[in-house]
Design a protein around this ligand. Structure first.
Ligand code: 1GP
Length: 243
């Protein structure tokens, strides 16, 4: 059953804009989860993503089980590693880093995940993950040992995203990286969106309501924000006004 994915498709067909709040288990203690989720529930967020670049084994499992107690929002894994897969979540972004040439992140880790996924009821959503230069090195770049696509190479970015769709990916995620200096350029979002027939996720470095609106207007269907909520509690209030 593709419940989470089908809900994304039907929301998009109704013209809804989706916002995923990203929680990094490395930065959120289990004891902090209930208070944070209370704010998430009262916000315009439609999804909770959970994942990080370097997370201790079992931390994701414990955190997702805790989050689940306090929310009805779909919890979607956005894993940096196989150890972050847990059946407590609703869905898994099965990310292939198609902007890079590291076989481990194109297919290697996916093979290692199969023994866990074979008997799991987790909804698996194949996702083409495209890392874009943002002005500084990010954790994704460091951990995956891949180079992001250059911002000036718009056609290369568009073609990479389209190749992901043609390979059968169900989502494309344009990623500037957590804490990015510059978010994905609006022009790139727009060019990629024009080519795709599947939903487009955009994340990395989005810190203001204006950024968020601009990303939607450029064509993002789902925007992912993590750092802005981690470092600035009042960001929840800033977003309260209906977009
Ligand atoms: C990172 O796209 C996400 O993978 C979110 O990035 O933490 O910069 O919001 P930020």
């Amino acid at each position: 059953m593709k419940v989470v994915y089908n809900n994304i498709l039907s929301s998009i067909s109704k013209g809804k804009k989706l916002l995923a709040i990203l929680i990094d288990p490395d930065k959120m203690a289990v004891e902090m989860a209930s208070g944070f989720i209370e704010k998430v529930n009262a916000s315009i967020a439609t999804h909770i993503f959970v994942g990080g670049s370097s997370v201790d084994e079992n931390d994701t499992n414990c955190l997702v089980a805790e989050i689940k107690k306090y929310t009805n929002l779909p919890i979607v894994l956005f894993p940096g590693d196989v150890t972050q897969i847990t059946n407590h979540a609703d869905a898994l972004l099965f990310l292939s880093l198609i902007s890079g040439d590291n076989p481990e992140y194109l297919i290697g880790k996916h093979i290692k995940a199969v023994s866990q996924l074979r008997h799991s009821s987790l909804e698996v959503i194949p996702t083409g993950y495209v890392l874009i230069e943002n002005g500084k090195q990010t954790a994704v770049e460091r951990v995956t040992e891949t180079k992001p696509l250059a911002r000036r190479q718009a056609q290369q970015i568009v073609d990479t995203a389209k190749a992901g769709e043609l390979l059968g990916m169900q989502l494309i995620y344009l990623e500037a990286g957590s804490g990015a200096q510059h978010p994905v350029p609006l022009e790139i979002i727009s060019l990629v969106k024009q080519e795709l027939n599947i939903p487009l996720i955009v994340g990395g470095g989005i810190r203001t309501k204006q950024h968020l609106e601009a990303a939607y207007n450029a064509g993002a269907n789902v925007v992912v924000i993590g750092t802005a909520f981690e470092v600035n509690d009042s960001f929840f209030d800033e977003l309260k006004i209906q977009l």
